[in-house]
Design a protein around this ligand. Structure first.
Ligand code: 6PG
Length: 478
């Protein structure tokens, strides 16, 4: 290799391999390294020619480091947790002052902060960059959420802006979000929203299948229809429609659909759980995200779910008439629309609070803008959020009015009707219920927590506040 590479990447699993190809395809020379040399060799064999001579494989870490322009820019795409620390420990002694390590895995934001601080003591820069879009996104344009060292960001910026997806206005879906773990925090919240929307779609499937008795091809059509609604049009609904249309490749039967052969228990790698943990720490109400995490947990409790053999359900739902079925499709569309909007709302609430707590000064309009393209939760609705959270206060007020009117109108009624129908039919709807509870809790002027205060004071003399005067009061209740 004559010239040194503009950037390096360590970790050639699916995301790493596709991101490296994306970088090379955008005209930047890139060196890659993987612990298993065979993987590097195969990668170069398969894709080395794809972008001219931009991709270079290294057999050792030393060779890899020597192949990079200084200050070196090195992307890590290794498994989150210990493997990131192990790689940093191995790599950092080989680096020089001002070199930059960019962790693009789904790392915990507190680990990112610790790593940035540790590396700074050795004059090395660190960026924690969330990346969303799955394998396709990594290859063609992901949404990138970098946080950490601002001066280091300026050095990687030209590359990252080129490889990122584009927002609705054609701007790259990447922006420096703030210091330390802010980038990974934003990605974690993105995933929390992702969990919540996915769960709402799973519950929609349950309702349409078990109450509406719709077939898989009908479900594919219904979800494609939902995807024409400008408040619902999104990547997740688009793929959901495609999933129902997919025939089972293993089956010889013509009308066997793959979805019917997939086990009904979903795992998780951790970002959803972290979102719920942090929301509890910061005191932010994100019930739909919490419900989505819980729903995955119960789905995976295969032993506990053996209870279905002894517990009896007594559903009272009537068989729907054809007009009832038609109504169900519309009611569900309305319920989905309002519930999904509240998933974004909960994410924004968590970002607002974290920004205050950690002094990140997050620009919420920019965050929702970089989610407009490339990422898993991309949707046309995000355009509203970007305006609603933006600096143009007149435009923001207009959007706010538009959204609150949406909730005040007939859609709310149909949302409640749908949930009642589902509960009567013993269809678990934790995420739909949580979204409605979120709305009702904020829409009601009074909550019953005066009773909680009284109970706490009764049994523990914890004191209570009064509505008519300031201070803390205690009563001998009994
Ligand atoms: C993305 C995805 C991606 C990954 C999730 C899956 O934005 O591209 O969120 O990061 O698919 O981490 O997470 P779970 O395994 O926890 O569902």
């Amino acid at each position: 290799m004559k010239d040194k590479s503009a950037i390096g990447l360590i970790g050639l699993a699916t995301m790493g391999a596709n991101l490296a190809r994306n970088i090379a395809n955008k005209g930047f020379s890139i060196s890659v390294f993987n612990r298993t040399t065979e993987k590097t060799d195969k990668f170069i064999k398969d894709f080395g020619k794809e972008s001219g001579d931009k991709l270079h494989g290294s057999k050792t870490l030393k060779e890899f480091v020597a192949s990079l322009e200084t200050p070196r820019k090195i992307i890590l795409l290794v498994k989150a947790g210990k493997p990131v620390d192990d790689m940093i420990t191995e790599l950092s002694p080989l680096l020089d002052k001002n070199d930059i390590i960019i962790d693009c895995g789904n790392s915990h934001f507190k680990d990112t902060e610790r790593r940035q601080k540790e590396l700074a003591t050795r004059n090395l820069h660190f960026i924690g960059c969330g990346i969303s879009g799955g394998e396709e996104g990594a290859l063609h344009g992901p949404s990138l959420m970098p946080g950490g060292d601002k001066s280091a960001w300026e050095k990687i910026r030209p590359i990252f802006e080129k490889i990122a997806a584009k927002d609705f206005g054609g701007k790259p879906c990447v922006v420096h979000l703030g210091d330390f773990g802010s980038g990974h925090f934003v990605k974690m919240v993105h995933n929390g929203i992702e969990y919540a929307i996915m769960q709402l779609l799973a519950e929609s499937y349950d309702i349409l299948k078990n109450l509406g008795k719709f077939s898989n091809p009908e479900l594919a059509k219904i979800f494609s229809g939902y995807n024409k609604n400008p408040n619902l049009k999104s990547f997740l609904i688009e793929i959901t429609a495609k999933i129902f249309a997919k025939k089972d490749p293993e089956s010889s039967k013509k009308d066997a659909y793959l979805i019917d052969f997939i086990k009904d228990s979903a795992g998780q790698k951790g970002t959803g759980k972290w979102t719920t943990e942090i929301a509890h720490d910061l005191g932010v109400f994100i019930p739909t995200i919490n419900a989505a995490v819980d729903a995955r947990i119960v789905s995976g409790d295969t032993k506990g779910r053996q209870m279905c053999k002894v517990l009896k359900l007594t559903p009272t739902a009537k068989k729907l008439t054809s007009s009832g079925k038609k109504n169900l499709i519309t009611q569900l569309e309305n319920a989905l629309e309002l519930s999904i909007i509240l998933c974004y709302e909960q994410g924004v609430g968590l970002l607002t609070q974290s920004s205050k707590e950690y002094n990140w000064n997050l620009d919420l309009a920019e965050i929702t803008r970089i989610w407009q393209g490339g990422c898993i939760i991309r949707s046309t609705y995000l355009k509203n959020l970007t305006i609603g959270l933006g600096k143009d206060k007149t435009a923001a007020t207009k959007i706010f009015k538009k959204i609150t009117n949406l909730f005040a109108g007939p859609k709310q009624k149909s949302w409640r009707r749908l949930l009642t129908l589902s509960l009567e039919s013993a269809i678990p709807i934790p995420a739909f219920s949580a979204s409605l509870n979120f709305y009702d809790s904020y829409a009601k002027a009074h909550l019953p927590q005066n009773l909680i205060q009284a109970q706490r004071d009764f049994f523990g003399a914890h004191g209570y506040e009064r509505t008519d005067k300031k201070g803390s009061f205690h009563t001998e209740w009994d």
